[in-house]
Design a protein around this ligand. Structure first.
Ligand code: SAH
Length: 400
């Protein structure tokens, strides 16, 4: 079968270098002959200044990122079979998780990191949650749903097209809806043998912070006997991991009442008596301030706030907020305690973040040792040619 010819965009001279390195984006300023009349998300071919085919992808005539590359193969047609092949490839990378009988929740498609720009797909047991952020992927939704059904055989596919990033592409924030099958809103999952229920309909992100799975597990070896503070706890993840591993007492803090209620239920689900632990609804900064000036201390302090820097412009302010938070975390830490500090701001690098933790310690006149350092787990692959696809930094530090 021959593919009907696609519209062709030609790059300016020497504008194909990032692409040749493996970066999947082409910026509008690199295109010699923009095509403003094409519909957002239409498939296009891209050729270099000399007229040689270099990529096939989808185009948006109004955004800075004009083309997101789907393939460098001129023979590939972009259809359900093509997407199924990409999903198969992504699935192979996750074989270690698929084989693990104690884990049935992880990211199955990490957008550009899995060569499928504009879409993430998370697996919660037999349910898939899909989030589409670009016009190009939006147009491919029916083929994507078909391909996901073929390769992963879920009982339901939930479309969570409610992210703000869609506005940049001229897409509406939609209500959550089913693209296939059926599911109750609360889905029971297992992560390294821990039990959680995930609200796939209205929970934050796609319902659960899957990107912290390996960090929650890594924390467990430090937990026996510890008094733990889980600040920005969401539905309790880190605290439950610590509790199951033998922590003595866990304080969970989140500004959202419903997520704290959910955390309480999940303690019980894991055989931890909620009445033996503390659950606080309110501003984590305010609680930390209060404890720092009193004498409440913790052996383990977990700080996992939302992204403080969503843009590069917000970076200086975000770094000040991280420093303040890290200082507060250290002040409520018992001598020799473990600080688990996280940043999910894309605009803050690992180097920035370690320097930030160091500065916080310096201001308190204390040394700080990094014990372990983490970024993403294997289900959140990042293209080395596109380091901006990564965002998570997690430091396990000792503050003697
Ligand atoms: N560590 C969690 C994920 C944390 S997400 C996990 O492993 O599941 C960040 C959380 O911080 C969200 O639940 C959000 O409600 C909460 N939050 C945001 N600002 C806050 C604040 N100022 N004080 C307390 N919680 C806050």
């Amino acid at each position: 079968m021959t593919t009907p010819a696609l519209p062709v965009l030609t790059l300016k001279a020497h504008r194909d270098e990032a692409l040749m390195r493996g970066h999947p984006w082409i910026f509008s300023r690199a295109i010699r002959d923009p095509k403003p009349t094409l519909a957002p998300g239409e498939l296009v071919d891209v050729q270099d200044a000399a007229g040689t085919f270099i990529a096939r992808g989808y185009y948006h005539p109004q955004t800075d990122i004009a083309v997101r590359v789907l393939t460098r193969d001129p023979a590939a047609s972009i259809d359900a079979a093509f997407l199924a092949q990409r999903i198969q490839q992504a699935r192979a990378l996750r074989a270690p998780l698929e084989r693990d009988p104690r884990t049935d929740a992880y990211r199955v498609i990490n957008a550009e990191g899995d060569f499928l720009p504009g879409v993430i797909v998370d697996r919660y047991a037999d349910v898939l949650v899909v989030q589409i952020s670009t016009a190009g992927m939006e147009r491919l939704t029916p083929a994507l749903v078909e391909a996901l059904r073929t390769v992963l055989e879920p009982t339901a596919i939930v479309l969570r097209n409610d992210v703000n990033a869609r506005a940049r592409e001229g897409l509406a924030r939609e209500r959550t809806r089913l693209a296939w099958g059926d599911t109750p809103p609360l889905v029971a999952i297992q992560e390294n043998g821990l039990r959680f229920t995930v609200d796939v309909w209205t929970g934050q992100k796609t319902g659960f912070f899957l990107d912290q799975r390996d960090k929650r597990q890594a924390l467990q070896k430090y937990a026996p006997g510890a008094r733990v503070l889980n600040a920005f706890s969401y539905t309790g993840g880190f605290g439950i991991a610590a509790g199951v591993a033998g922590a003595a007492h866990i304080t969970s803090v989140d500004q959202s009442g419903p997520v704290i209620a959910h955390a309480r239920d999940q303690f019980a689900l894991n055989g931890l008596d909620p009445a033996a632990h503390e659950f606080l609804v309110g501003d984590a900064f305010a609680y930390l301030e209060k404890w720092a000036t009193g004498d409440e201390r913790f052996d383990i302090v977990i700080l996992d706030p939302p992204a403080f820097a969503k843009t590069l412009q917000a970076r200086p302010q975000a770094l000040r907020a991280y420093r303040r938070l890290n200082m507060l975390g250290m002040r409520v830490l018992a001598p020799g305690g473990l600080l688990v500090t996280c940043s999910c701001s894309g605009a803050v690098s690992m180097d920035d973040f370690s320097a930030n933790v160091q500065e916080a310690a310096q201001r308190l006149g204390r040394p700080v040792q990094s014990a372990e350092t983490f970024t993403h787990g294997l289900d959140h692959p990042v293209l080395l040619a596109m380091p901006e696809g990564g965002y998570l930094k997690v430091l396990f530090c000792r503050v003697p």
